[in-house]
Design a binder for this molecule. Structure first.
Ligand SMILES: NC(=O)c1ccc[n+]([C@@H]2O[C@H](COP(=O)([O-])OP(=O)(O)OC[C@H]3O[C@@H](n4cnc5c(N)ncnc54)[C@H](OP(=O)(O)O)[C@@H]3O)[C@@H](O)[C@H]2O)c1
Length: 251
């Protein structure tokens, strides 16, 4: 199956890198498309219509507001169209591409390293076979949760933002270690390994957060004191507020 990308920005690059297949792609900035095709193999073409003509499945990776303009210029009959356009309902994309089978998903940029957390809308467009093709494609770049479209905003506000949140939390943690005297490169390695290890442990225990937390928290011990400081600093309220802020912004 040949995959096409319309728009070659951050998300297209992440997904294309994770899939690592030769691509056919276009962008209003031709140099951006050429750079992505040169990196991954395949072909950059001058128009979006050429992407649709050459590919079997096309991922819409332009900005949400460009939906109707892009759709008006291409022939999508019989194609698989995959939309990751933030805040754009599946019904609107289907109306723009009436002759295609359209599926909606929401990834994170961690798809670039095949560790994405991906929400796929549980609407098979009356074609279960094609839906399974889409699901299998996305499973190559991460963990896929099939869920209702109403929950897709939560995927954005959780998984989509996760690389940014993890970066800012890591940065603060590294800075704290540096303030106490650890050289920055070592602090960065330590935080990276500690977070990866902690997540692996949580996953191995079915995300039983309470069990993992209790296992490192002796009564009156150092972890208990650290956790109390985190609670006093408002870590839960901050994550709640961040969820509200992203959803209120239209995710
Ligand atoms: N970044 C994320 O983490 C993330 C996560 C989930 C979903 N998304 C969704 O992914 C989409 C792309 O986001 P992004 O972060 O990758 O944005 P981006 O980096 O700005 O990439 C969009 C690309 O599309 C190009 N483009 C604009 N108009 C076009 C057209 N008519 N035909 C072809 N290409 C066109 C843009 O060129 P110009 O810049 O020159 O306009 C740009 O290179 C958005 O709809 C967003 O909601 C992003």
């Amino acid at each position: 199956m040949r995959i096409g990308f319309v728009g070659c920005g951050n998300m297209a690059s992440a997904l294309a890198r994770g899939l690592s297949d030769p691509i056919v792609c276009s962008d209003v900035d031709a140099a951006r498309a050429q750079a992505l095709a040169a990196e991954l193999g395949g072909q950059a073409v001058a128009t979006n219509a050429e992407v649709f003509a050459a590919a079997d499945a096309i991922v819409l990776c332009h900005k949400p507001g460009q939906l109707e303009d892009v759709a008006g210029d291409v022939d999508a009959a019989g194609k698989l169209v995959l939309t990751l356009l933030g805040g754009v309902a599946l019904s609107r994309v289907r109306a723009a591409y009436p002759d295609a089978r359209v599926y909606r998903f929401m990834p994170s940029t961690a798809v670039a390293v095949q560790r994405g957390a991906i929400g796929l809308v549980d609407d098979d467009a009356g074609d279960p076979g094609a839906f399974e093709v889409v699901r299998a494609l996305l499973e190559r770049v991460g963990e896929v949760l099939v869920l209702t479209e109403g929950h897709l905003g939560i995927v954005t506000a959780t998984a989509g933002v996760a690389p940014a949140y993890a970066a800012v939390i890591s940065e603060a943690w590294i800075d704290a270690a540096v303030r106490k005297g650890l050289p920055a490169p070592q602090a960065a390695r330590l935080v990276g390994a500690a977070l990866e290890g902690a997540m692996a442990l949580l996953r191995a225990q079915d995300m039983d957060t309470l069990a993992v937390r209790r296992a490192v928290t002796s009564p009156g011990g150092v972890t208990a004191r650290g956790l109390a400081a985190l609670e006093a600093g408002g870590v839960r309220a901050a994550l709640d507020d961040a969820m509200d802020a992203v959803l209120e912004a239209g995710a």
